[in-house]
Ligand binder design. Structure first.
Ligand code: G3P
Ligand code: CA
Length: 324
């Protein structure tokens, strides 16, 4: 790793041997409260004190980068209610749905967001637009001025190989937006994540921003083994975004993955913490779960409920400051 990259990581507090406070990442915005990936959800997350907001990104037919969790649209938008779009439904694999690549930005803007989780309130369904990545950045910049706080952005490139097969270069499109906003610069609070290693390898030659490899268990029978080896990841990324079972076993003990990642110089962010869905067989509350993960050494975490995440993190930091 070159020295300037190390400097950028130090500025952001992401070097494992330097103690920094763990970060709270608002997963899809304050998605526990408002429809995910809307400006309202991101703004709520910022107001709740999140350090970073997390837009998942996909690409429209006319090459605009917009915030959605999936390449299909039915679960988080009103697309199914629009008669004019009925014929756009198509099958990819075993999923019959509407796909973002078949819609221009103007068409996407004619839709509204809706709650994706069945157990959560649908009160705000149909109220908010689907934002572009540029609009997410505009919001963050406005909130930084308003609050005087540094607010980070943690974009995820969703399905880059799918978009590549359609002729889009996700890495180029992402970097173009960041450069336009002077965000593709050393020390800017932007972390780029993906489940696909190839795009991160390409991005490692295009940016000094920290890169985060998202990892899941290798199989349902190997919950503590990442689907990509850590020493491979350390060649092109700076951190891992790990699904929780990789990091902690059913007895609440560390699996050792955090320690191994730290030895390789990788920071570790865990996903996803939810006040309305936590492993009640291990923890007596969602806050207890977060506290326990902080205690085993995570450097940050994705939560749908940034307000309680910030509270637990601040208490943890304070308790450890007193203990030092
Ligand atoms: O990006 C971290 C976490 O969000 C990964 O899961 O499916 O919610 O994007 P997903
Ligand atoms: Ca994500």
């Amino acid at each position: 790793m070159d020295l300037s990259k190390v400097l950028g990581l130090i500025i952001l507090g992401f070097v494992p041997f330097i103690h920094a406070d763990p970060i709270v990442i608002a997963h899809r915005g304050a998605s526990g409260y408002l429809p995910e990936h809307t400006l309202a959800a991101y703004e709520r997350a910022i107001d709740q004190g999140a350090d970073y907001i997390e837009p998942d990104l996909v690409i429209t037919r006319d090459g605009e980068v917009v915030a959605r969790h999936d390449i299909y649209l039915s679960t988080t938008t009103t697309v199914a209610q629009v008669p004019a779009f009925r014929s756009r439904k198509k099958r990819i694999g075993d999923r019959l749905d509407w796909y973002v690549e078949d819609f221009t930005l103007a068409e996407i803007k004619s839709l509204k967001a809706r709650q994706a989780f069945p157990g959560r309130s649908g009160e705000y369904d149909g109220r908010f637009d689907i934002p572009t990545f540029q609009e997410v950045i505009d919001l963050v910049q406005r909130k930084q001025i308003e609050t005087g706080r540094k607010i980070g952005i943690y974009p995820e490139t969703k399905a880059p190989s799918h978009f590549e097969s359609l002729g889009f270069d996700f890495a180029e499109l992402l970097i173009a937006v960041l450069e336009k906003n002077n965000l593709n610069e050393l020390g800017k609070p932007v972390l780029i994540q993906s489940f696909e290693p190839e795009i991160l390898k390409r991005l490692s030659g295009m940016t000094q921003l920290p890169l985060v490899m998202l990892v899941r268990p290798a199989s349902p029978d190997a919950l503590h083994t990442p689907n990509i080896e850590l020493d491979q990841i350390a060649r092109f990324a700076d951190g891992i975004g790990a699904m929780k079972p990789l990091l902690m076993d059913v007895h609440g003990e560390s699996t050792g993955l955090i320690e191994r990642a730290h030895e390789l110089g990788l920071f570790v962010h865990a996903w996803t913490f939810r006040d309305d869905a936590y492993p009640a067989e291990i923890f007596d509350s969602a806050k207890h779960e977060v506290r326990h993960f902080l205690a085993i050494g995570i450097d940050g975490f994705f939560t749908d409920f940034p307000d309680s995440g910030v509270k637990v993190r601040d208490q943890f930091v304070e308790a450890n400051r007193i203990g030092r």
